[in-house]
Design a protein around this ligand. Structure first.
Ligand code: UD2
Length: 297
């Protein structure tokens, strides 16, 4: 399995000449380690699609809908078919304890959906954190030679606008809408040194959302395996990180920097007002009644 892809651009494709100045003055478009941060107006889709369309890539996409979360599937899938990786091969892997409640959604050409029956827990935290182990298992047992990239996406969300190949990279994280722009001391990292997810106050780049993880299979496998092992170590020590697998993900990304960061355009929150730097909302968490939807408080 090759780790990086050549960026072959088809001869004779016309596109705009790149500008020599920054296209966005209001937001940072690279990290300190020079990974791009993807914002509207920082990429040219003609160029991006010119490179990726001819590679015939398949994007595996995991979605977990356990317990009452099956109700989010219809909007999630219908909106994904309108906006997510349109024109590319997408294979959804849908983990649910209610295969009979999976809605029938017409999928576009080259797109397919596999339902994987999964036991649900009566603790929502468990349902969320177990995803790491299941992603690990899926990649190891089913995806080799079947997909090039993988995304794991929260189901209680909806697509509102284009999300395409500009989001692809070796290891991809998303900047959390609520904590974007706040100082690192305020990040809701795990602060107890007893946890494997511990991050001291004087460290941290960004706060990443657990709702979106992406990248090449081997990179996401390493991430999922590491987080799963850290979660197990915590469990053995009878400690659960403040934001479960999201806390472990943040620890992982601090010491294994993502190669591409998605701006909060790729993980907004329907409850949140849009500041001027948000020129588009592509994917957003829907408003949910936590007390009603979750199996436990
Ligand atoms: C945050 C993260 C979420 C996860 C969680 C920590 C964002 C926007 N959200 O959201 O990704 O890291 O904190 O645990 O970054 N699920 C079920 N059934 C359940 C519970 C969860 O299917 O009973 C699945 C479902 O796919 C859901 C995901 O787990 O989208 C995350 O759970 P959540 O949406 O309840 O987590 P939340 O909103 O606290």
């Amino acid at each position: 399995q090759h780790v990086s892809m050549d960026l072959i651009f088809p001869a004779g494709t016309s596109c705009k000449q790149p500008s020599v100045s920054n296209s966005r003055a209001d937001v940072a478009t690279t990290t300190q380690w020079l990974a791009p941060i993807v914002w509207e107006e920082t990429f040219d889709l003609t160029v991006i699609d010119g490179i990726y369309k001819q590679q015939n890539i398949t994007v595996a996409t995991t979605v977990f809908a356990l317990g009452k979360y099956v109700r989010f599937l219809k909007d999630f899938l219908e909106s994904a078919e309108q906006h997510f990786m349109v024109g590319y091969r997408v294979h959804y892997y849908l983990f649910t304890d209610h295969p009979d409640k999976v809605p029938v959604v017409t999928l576009g050409e080259g797109r397919q959906l596999t339902v994987i029956k999964t036991a649900s827990s009566n603790r929502w935290q468990e349902n969320s954190l177990r995803r790491m182990g299941m992603i690990e298992k899926l990649i190891e047992e089913k995806l080799r030679n079947k997909a090039d990239y993988i995304f794991s996406l929260d189901v209680d969300s909806k697509f509102y606008a284009h999300w395409g190949a500009e989001s692809l990279g070796d290891l991809v994280g998303v900047l959390h809408a609520w904590l974007f722009g706040t100082s690192r001391e305020q990040f809701t990292y795990e602060r107890r040194p007893e946890s494997q997810a511990f991050i001291p106050l004087e460290e941290g780049d960004y706060y990443y959302g657990g709702a979106v993880i992406g990248g090449r299979l081997d990179k996401v496998l390493k991430l999922a395996k590491t987080c799963r092992m850290q979660l197990e170590a915590d469990r053995a020590n009878q400690i659960e990180a403040v934001w479960q697998e999201e806390s472990h993900l943040n620890k992982y990304f601090l010491y294994n920097k993502p190669t591409k960061l998605l701006s909060p355009e790729y993980l907004w929150d329907d409850r949140k007002e849009k500041p001027t730097f948000m020129k588009v909302v592509r994917f957003s968490q829907v408003v949910k009644n936590y007390a009603e939807i979750r199996p436990n408080p």
